[in-house]
Design a protein around this ligand. Structure first.
Ligand code: ADP
Ligand code: ZN
Length: 597
């Protein structure tokens, strides 16, 4: 069978995505390959299809047992002969697998790096017809990557032991230092490199100032119905608090953090994976070991400490290629907490400086007035400046106005108050507040007192944040975050240099980002039918003890609920249904479809 036929018949997809086809052909021709592709880009097919085309056995190295189990479960649904060997597989199962291999019954064998390099296993492999090594999460071999694993280092032995067998290394981590290191460590100097864009076109990105976050989240969830999502929080305590508040409001939400006992953690993770828990409020640890394709939204309740972390976390949304949303909340409080954390940590000075610079970029991202996707891609070295069309700033560009007078007011307030006030107090002065603190310090006697009373408090915050980002006012972290003038300030006060500011827009007035639907137009989707299909899928998944998405993806169910096929064979037109799934579930599904009229 050609690779196109395999794609259609076995996997149920109509066309390759991005560079998949070229990667697959490269690997089949026996050339080593390094594949850098964002999460959800479709890396697995790049070694799964060669595994099916090649004679013999493909060995897949993966660091996480949960991921290996999920992939093998998914492959079995497609009638692909796959198995996994790791520390949780008992002797009986292991013997069975060896027997199956001996009889040529296994095409893909997933192993942990420890297993692969254990004594005896290499020797054993040399007696087997191995056709390809696939190293998943290949950034783990490099200390420059963000998830270095010592057991990956010994993978450098592979090329020495098996010089003629091609290696495909795959990862979603971008930076160039890590890429070169992977090539060096795995000794694949002659490899072909495939660098996919890191843009996640199906993720709508938005950033909002973090006032009344819970209320904003509730408004957001209103448009999400039954969709699954994650709310990332900075502290364990806040994961619990937010989960509780959501449960009180009638949502199926749970908290997840490292302080919970392992049984609870496992249960929360499983319930989320099979769609019975819709919302998990978690610290960033959550999501690393799960490969759930239908996470429809990711909220950051607090601003993360750097763009790498942020982008990785939102990247867990929309892995199935369907639209997903990422909403970031930020506030000065978040910034200050993170800054304090860095400053008070016991890392060395250089490390602190790097961390602070990264935090600074994160803040620029959160408060950016131009395309957010550009900002992230440029940060990762994928330089470009065309608008992405799926971030809030592209869809609803900020409206600029001449903010010179406001800036002069704010600056004059800063100077007259002796550069001793923070943002909130400055706004109180500008708005002429009669708070105790203001009277006591005599700020009500300043010339600037009350000059900005027509401008609401939140608007002032919005404007002053922009002045800070434009370098017109500085925040002195070494002096209680008080506001100071900068070398640019005088130009504005004395020479009236013009300042452009973006108008304040209330969160509820912001335009919603809409992502164009791909392929099947789902506007005629029958929600009632979709519900029934989801119930059937839950039941089926439970019976087989596999996650729901292993049976069928959301996208597949949605297409069925839209196309409402007349015959079983029509189901083959649906994404994700190939021969095996048609045979296994075709009748069940058709019964639901035809009984739905
Ligand atoms: P990654 O490992 O890069 O994060 P996966 O290999 O898990 O991504 O693929 C992400 C999702 O995209 C999976 O649900 C997969 O079935 C789907 N997918 C991959 N390639 C295609 C394709 N050519 N057409 C349609 N769906 C695809
Ligand atoms: Zn954009």
């Amino acid at each position: 069978m050609s690779i196109h036929e395999i794609l259609k018949t076995t996997f149920g997809y109509n066309s390759f995505r991005g560079e998949q086809e070229e990667i697959i052909n490269t690997v089949i021709s026996g050339t080593d390959a390094l594949v850098i592709m964002p999460t959800g880009g479709g890396k697995s097919l790049c070694f799964q299809i060669p595994a099916l085309v090649n004679k013999g056995l493909t060995i897949v190295v993966s660091p996480l047992i949960a991921l290996m189990n999920d992939q093998v479960a998914a492959l079995k649904q497609l009638d692909i002969k796959a198995a996994t060997l790791h520390s949780n597989i008992d002797q009986g199962q292991t013997n069975q697998i060896y027997q199956d291999i001996a009889q040529g019954k296994i095409k893909l064998l997933y192993v942990s790096p420890e297993k692969l390099l254990s004594e005896g296993f290499i020797k054993y492999l040399k007696t087997q017809p191995v056709s390809l090594f696939a190293i998943d999460e290949a950034h783990c071999v490099s200390v420059w990557g963000n998830d270095f694993r010592p057991e990956y280092v010994r993978l450098s032995k592979l090329k020495e032991e098996f010089p003629t067998i091609p290696i495909i290394a795959l990862t979603a981590t971008a930076d160039t230092a890590t890429q070169s290191d992977i090539i060096k460590q795995l000794k694949i100097d002659g490899c072909k490199k495939f660098l996919a864009s890191f843009e996640r076109k199906n993720i709508k990105t938005a950033s909002k100032s973090g006032q009344k976050r819970l209320q904003q989240i509730e408004a957001f969830l209103n448009g999400q119905e039954d969709n699954c999502g994650i709310i990332y929080c900075l502290s364990r305590k806040s994961t619990e608090k937010i989960a509780r508040s959501l449960v009180e409001r009638g949502y199926k939400a749970e908290a997840y953090h490292a302080g919970l006992d392992p049984t609870t953690r496992r249960r929360v993770q499983e319930d989320f994976q099979n769609d019975s828990t819709k919302i998990v409020c978690a610290t960033i640890a959550f999501g690393m070991g799960i490969d759930k394709p239908n996470i429809r939204w990711v909220i950051h309740y607090n601003m993360p400490k750097n763009i790498e972390g942020y982008y990785q976390e939102i990247g867990r949304g929309g892995r199935d290629g369907e639209p997903a949303e990422a909403l970031l909340f930020y506030s000065w409080g978040d910034y200050l907490n993170l800054k304090k954390f860095i400053d008070e940590g016991d890392a060395n000075q250089t490390f602190k400086e790097v961390q602070s610079a990264k935090l600074e970029r994160m803040w620029q991202f959160a408060t950016a007035m131009s395309c957010r996707t550009n900002l992230v891609l440029n940060y990762f070295g994928e330089y470009r400046n065309n608008e992405c069309g799926h971030c809030d700033n592209c869809v609803d560009p900020p409206k600029l106005f001449d903010g010179t007078t406001y800036t002069q007011m704010a600056l004059s307030g800063v100077l007259r108050a002796g550069q001793k006030v923070g943002v909130n107090l400055l706004i109180d002065i500008l708005r002429g507040s009669y708070k105790q603190e203001i009277k006591m310090s005599g700020y009500d006697q300043l010339k600037t007192f009350g000059v900005g009373r027509d401008v609401p408090f939140v608007h002032w915050r919005h404007y002053i944040t922009q002045m800070i980002n434009q370098g017109l006012i500085a925040i002195d972290f070494t002096d209680y975050s008080r506001l100071k003038s900068t070398p640019l300030s005088m130009g504005i006060l004395k020479e009236g240099t013009k300042v452009n500011l973006a108008k304040y827009v209330a969160p509820e007035d912001k335009k919603k980002v809409v992502i164009a639907k791909r392929e099947v137009d789902l506007s005629d989707m029958d929600n009632n039918l979709l519900d029934k299909l989801k119930k059937w899928r839950s039941k089926t998944a439970k019976t087989q003890s596999v996650p729901a998405f292993v049976i069928m993806h959301d996208k597949t169910l949605k297409q069925i609920a839209t196309l409402k096929p007349d015959t079983k064979n029509d189901l083959l037109a649906v994404d994700g249904i190939g021969k095996a799934k048609l045979e296994k579930y075709g009748e069940d599904v058709m019964e639901i479809v035809s009984g739905n009229s």
